[in-house]
Every structure is written in structure tokens, then in C-alpha cells.
Design a protein around this ligand. Structure first.
Ligand SMILES: NC(=O)c1ccc[n+]([C@@H]2O[C@H](COP(=O)([O-])OP(=O)(O)OC[C@H]3O[C@@H](n4cnc5c(N)ncnc54)[C@H](OP(=O)(O)O)[C@@H]3O)[C@@H](O)[C@H]2O)c1
Length: 279
């Protein structure tokens, strides 16, 4: 039990990575506020966790892109738990996959989709941090973890727009870390790259027209998951050391996967694709 006495908000915690991080925090004795946009998902997740963890878990419907909505999460957490010591800015959505060249023929559609995605993946990170930070500054303590993603720290083809949102969140978090370093209190922000994990986000991907068929994309995604996919539990376990008082890192990018394994897996993946293409 490494997190007794800790209190956390995990955004986007009714599914996938956010839900797993919440469960791991609860198991370690942390009190957790669950939130996402859908009230049915929030209630379902809270009820499920309450069976095991009792009053250590509460929920609040929230859209991270909306300040009033995020304030409600903050107020409810303070009312119920008395503090917010940890924020995991995890909520995120995906966008159409494929070459950017195939997207530019429908600019209005692409820009409107991009605005929706940026509202969650970039504005949502900035908004959730700005609503929580005043409380952390008051208590002179806080641990913030931004959940990054593919293409945010290095180029990945066919993920231009998602990468732009994740790159923005990474840059914001690193810059904020340099400001926090100047302060005499103990507030730290670090960036988590979970690796490729099968979740609703990765299952419900849209593919741009004129590129791969949905079937071909799904085949390639399954092969990618097989060779470079990451185990969700093992990946999310890596968040705990960055969420507790002993964490002294600030502005660091940490991963839920091994780079060496990823490189080796990448080679196997390319080989498997070639074999499929031959047959
Ligand atoms: N899966 C991967 O391979 C992978 C890899 C690297 C990084 N990531 C990142 O990990 C994070 C979690 O993704 P995931 O794979 O776990 O996806 P997921 O299973 O789809 O979960 C996303 C969660 O975010 C919530 N959400 C979405 N938009 C929101 C908003 N505007 N406000 C509040 N909550 C919102 C969703 O619930 P509602 O729909 O009810 O709002 C859901 O609970 C994302 O930031 C993603 O970019 C994922």
C-alpha cells in the first residue's frame, strides 16, 4: 500500500488506461475521483469500484475541455476527500488515421474533427491542470501526470493530427515543469507514454478514404498489437512511482514499455506485414 492518505483525480477514467490507473491507485490505498463525459459510464465505473474499495471512490460527469465542468470535479473532490494531491490528465480521443495527403480534399471536415480532438487532448490537459493547480499551490504539494501518446515525442506516419495534439500537451507539460522547478514547494509534473494498448480508443479508429480498407487496417493493427502492443496493467503500474511523494522527477517523459522491446517488435511487425503481402 504505497498511496495511503493520497487523493487523486484521474480524467477519462471510465475506460482503458484511465480506468486501469484508477484501479491501481485504489489498490494502493489512494482515494480517487472518476470522471468522464458519459454519466452512465461514470456511475457504472464508480459502482464497480465501490464494491471493492468502498468510499475511497467518487465520480463526477465532466468534459475536460469545459472549465465549469472541470471545476465541479475539483470541488467535489475537495468536499469529499479534503485535498487533491494527484492529477492524472489522461482523457483523450483519437482521430482519423491515414496520410495527411488523403485528408486535405475535405478541409472543413478535417478542421472540425481536429478542433474536437484538440479540445480534449490539448485544451483538456491545460484546463484540468489549471483548475487543479491553485489547490496544489495552496497546499504546496502536488503530483501531475500528463498522458502523452504516439507521435507526440517523435514522428509517426499517418497520425499527424493526433500527434499534433499530443506534442502540444507534451510541450505544455515540459514548459510548466521548468516553472514549477523555480518554486520552493513540492509540485511536479511528468509525462507518461503508455505504449500501444488495445482500448476503445484504439479499437474505434476511423481510416481516411482512399488509403487502406478498414479490413486491411484492422489486420495491420492486430499485427502491431501482437508485436509492439503493451500490457495495460504492466504499463500503468509505471505511473505509481510518479504519483507518490518520493517522486523527485520533474518534466520527465517516462514510458509504460521498453524501447528495446519496441524496436525488436517493430522489426518482427515489418516482417509479418511483408509475409502477409506475399501470401
Ligand atoms: N490506447 C493506446 O494505445 C494509447 C497509447 C498512447 C496514449 N494513449 C492515451 O491514453 C489516454 C487514454 O486512452 P485510452 O486508450 O484508455 O482510451 P479509451 O479507452 O477510449 O478511454 C478514454 C477515456 O476518456 C474519456 N473522455 C474522452 N473525451 C473526454 C472528455 N472530453 N472529457 C472527459 N473525459 C473524456 C472517455 O469517456 P467518455 O467517452 O465517457 O467521455 C474514456 O473514459 C488518451 O489520452 C490516449 O491518447 C492511448
Amino acid at each position: 500500500m504505497r498511496m495511503i492518505g493520497e487523493t487523486a483525480i484521474v480524467t477519462g477514467s471510465t475506460s482503458g488506461i484511465g480506468k486501469k490507473i484508477s484501479e491501481l491507485f485504489l489498490k494502493e490505498g489512494c482515494k480517487v475521483t472518476i470522471c468522464s463525459r458519459n454519466d452512465i459510464n461514470v456511475n457504472k465505473t464508480v459502482l464497480k469500484f465501490q464494491e471493492k474499495f468502498g468510499n475511497s471512490v467518487i465520480g463526477q460527469v465532466c468534459d475536460v475541455s469545459d472549465t465549469t465542468s472541470m471545476m465541479k470535479v475539483v470541488d467535489k473532490t475537495i468536499d469529499s476527500f479534503g485535498s487533491i494531491r494527484i492529477l492524472v490528465a489522461n482523457a483523450g480521443i483519437n482521430q482519423t488515421y491515414g496520410p495527411f495527403e488523403n485528408m486535405i480534399h475535405r478541409p472543413e471536415e478535417i478542421i472540425s474533427e481536429t478542433q474536437i480532438m484538440l479540445a480534449t487532448n490539448l485544451i483538456g490537459v491545460i484546463n484540468s491542470i489549471s483548475t487543479v493547480l491553485p489547490h496544489m499551490i495552496n497546499q504546496r504539494y502536488g503530483r501531475i501526470i500528463t498522458v502523452g501518446g504516439g507521435g507526440g515525442d517523435r514522428p509517426v506516419p499517418h497520425m499527424t493530427l493526433y500527434s499534433a495534439s499530443k506534442g502540444g500537451a507534451l510541450a505544455f507539460s515540459k514548459c510548466l515543469a521548468t516553472e514549477l522547478k523555480e518554486r520552493e514547494d513540492d509540485i511536479r509534473i511528468n509525462i507518461f507514454l503508455p505504449g500501444m494498448i488495445e482500448t476503445n480508443l484504439s479499437k474505434n479508429v476511423r481510416v481516411v478514404e482512399g488509403w487502406k480498407t478498414k479490413e486491411l487496417f484492422q489486420r495491420d493493427s492486430s499485427l502491431a498489437l501482437k508485436y509492439i502492443g503493451t500490457d495495460i496493467e504492466k504499463s500503468c503500474q509505471n505511473v505509481i512511482p510518479y504519483a507518490i511523494p518520493s517522486c523527485k522527477a520533474n518534466g520527465r517523459v517516462f514510458r509504460g514499455f521498453s524501447i528495446l522491446k519496441m524496436i525488436r517488435g517493430g522489426r518482427k511487425f515489418q516482417k509479418a506485414i511483408k509475409e502477409h503481402e506475399k501470401s
